[in-house]
Write a protein that binds this ligand. Structure first.
Ligand SMILES: Nc1ncnc2c1ncn2[C@@H]1O[C@H](COP(=O)(O)OP(=O)(O)OP(=O)(O)O)[C@@H](O)[C@H]1O
Ligand SMILES: [Mg+2]
Length: 174
């Protein structure tokens, strides 16, 4: 058994499974709030979310909670995306179980190196998008059944990428 630590999840690696446990970071949310208060930016940030104060405050608080609960959000995203896109076209590591998004169980794969990554079907989709630069790193992938799979697909902004790849598949462009 081995342990790995991501930014949002702790991972227990058994022979067959990668067990992803959500981390909680309430302190980051509190620090963010204190920084905004000290910079006298709270009002300005609230208004940036919505012109009306009430929805603005709600969205501001929600954004803070999103930071604190990023691990659960990542687990929820992987569980959901695997149900929708878990076939050989997308090659994402199977997420076979989720316990209320607190703990996800994924099949464990073997490490891969950078040179192998262009062999992944989604690789070309990550090249022109710097926000997804993370997805160009070998530590986000693993080898399962002899093929490279994306192991970390817990980012909600991956879904538009999956959708556009699906469109390309349907149009026969890949
Ligand atoms: N299915 C898997 N098979 C083998 N190893 C895995 C698997 N999933 C995760 N790991 C290992 O655990 C580490 C952290 O997992 P993961 O990237 O999913 O967590 P994270 O919190 O989203 O990380 P970060 O946001 O820092 O990339 C990976 O870099 C990898 O070493
Ligand atoms: Mg990762």
């Amino acid at each position: 058994m081995r342990f790995a630590q991501g930014a949002t999840r702790w991972v227990i690696l058994t022979d067959r499974y990668a067990i992803k446990i959500a981390q909680f970071h309430p302190l980051q949310t509190i620090i963010r709030f204190i920084q905004h208060v000290r910079a006298k930016e709270v009002g300005q940030r609230v208004i940036a979310y919505a012109a009306n104060p009430l929805p603005g405050v709600m969205k501001y608080v929600f954004a803070g909670m999103t930071i604190a609960m990023a691990g659960m959000i990542a687990n929820r995203t992987e569980h959901r995306l695997y149900k929708k896109y878990g076939d050989d076209n997308f090659r994402i590591a199977p997420t076979i179980f989720s316990f209320f998004w607190l703990v996800n169980v994924q099949l464990r794969g073997a490490p891969v190196n950078e040179e192998e990554l262009p062999g992944h079907p989604l690789w070309c989709m990550f090249q022109d998008n710097d926000r997804l630069a993370d997805c160009r790193s070998a530590c986000q992938y693993c080898r399962l059944g002899g093929k490279i799979h994306l192991a970390d697909y817990g980012r909600p902004d991956l879904e538009p990428v999956f959708l556009s790849y699906q469109k390309r598949l349907l149009l026969g462009h890949v």
